[in-house]
Design a protein around this ligand. Sequence first.
Ligand SMILES: NC(=O)c1ccc[n+]([C@@H]2O[C@H](COP(=O)([O-])OP(=O)(O)OC[C@H]3O[C@@H](n4cnc5c(N)ncnc54)[C@H](OP(=O)(O)O)[C@@H]3O)[C@@H](O)[C@H]2O)c1
Length: 346
Amino acid sequence: MDASSKSSTFSGISRTGLEVRLVARPEGLPAPGDFAITEVDVPNPASGQVLVRNLFMSLDPGMLMLITGESCLPMPRYEVGEVMYGDAIGEVVASADSSLREGDLVMHRLGWREYAVADAGLFRRVDRDAYPTPSTYLGFGLVAYVGLMDAAELRPGDTVFVSSAAGATGSMAGQIARLKGAARVIGSAGSRDKVDYLTGKLGFDAAFDYHDGPITDRLREAAPEGIDVYFDNVGGEQLRAAIEIMNPHGRIAVCGALNRQSKAGPDGGPGDLLSVLGKRLTIRGFTVGDHLERAPEFGAQFRTWLREGAIVYDETVIDGLAKAPQALLDLVNGAYTGKTVVQLGG
Ligand SMILES: NC(=O)c1ccc[n+]([C@@H]2O[C@H](COP(=O)([O-])OP(=O)(O)OC[C@H]3O[C@@H](n4cnc5c(N)ncnc54)[C@H](OP(=O)(O)O)[C@@H]3O)[C@@H](O)[C@H]2O)c1
């Protein structure tokens, strides 16, 4: 691209930015060649629009299902040839709408690009001083919170099992369960380091590596008196084991399907449902988007917990949009801990 002849200006500043398009729809997991990273001119905002410089965007394993297009998630798949979308946080650098001003920090869904230009109504102003870094806004604490409180109907004294417990949602779910009165919190993860992280820094009562032998056996050892709540990020064998170990009237919140997402194939589902009937279990899927009324209540609690040192919030920060496609694959391959975000624009 000839930047000198094509780049846009606003207030005399030339702007180009990177964006990521899906260029082919893979059958299974995507390869780097399924994405195109291009530098484009950034248009000036038209009347009613704002121009936002993105600071961070979220990486979510659910994006893999939007890429393959086989998702039954309540959100549109990525279209071939189009820029992908996802949660991001950025700073208004030019505004042609009275609702937002230059310097405002805004959340929105126009990730996978360094600059976003769109109608002001698509951006939500947030408090710049709420967290030490704006990337914290992209965390999945609210996902964990509504999964526990609404889908699993967590009760004081419950024994709670969380899978993918060292990840973005799981690390929050285990700690929030404890803060909300769980008597015992158990986590599973894919490596010895992550198991140590769970029982060490995050304060889980017990944890195991799901590669270590039959999961039912590991779960029985970790929860000799059974489990009351399973926060399911994974599905497959871990879901089947949890059903087997659950106490009567146990509750399962189905948050994710990492076993399926990480190999882009079926995982055998929940198995024989006779135990669900016999033990009168509840299995409830949820999406955070159906529970956004909980956001103010959660935000207030989360900030208090952070201030008091009652909760650990860890992030993995990937440097630069160009690394994001590979990082999405690395994410489901277990390379990262905590919430994974991409820092944009240096
Ligand atoms: N319901 C909602 O509203 C909602 C909202 C956001 C996200 N989600 C979903 O919640 C789930 C967790 O998302 P996240 O962002 O918190 O991901 P994450 O746990 O931070 O990251 C992915 C992790 O998946 C684990 N993994 C990969 N393959 C696995 C397998 N076969 N069995 C067990 N673990 C496996 C890896 O951990 P190990 O190293 O431990 O294997 C990896 O670190 C995803 O399915 C996501 O799509 C749901």
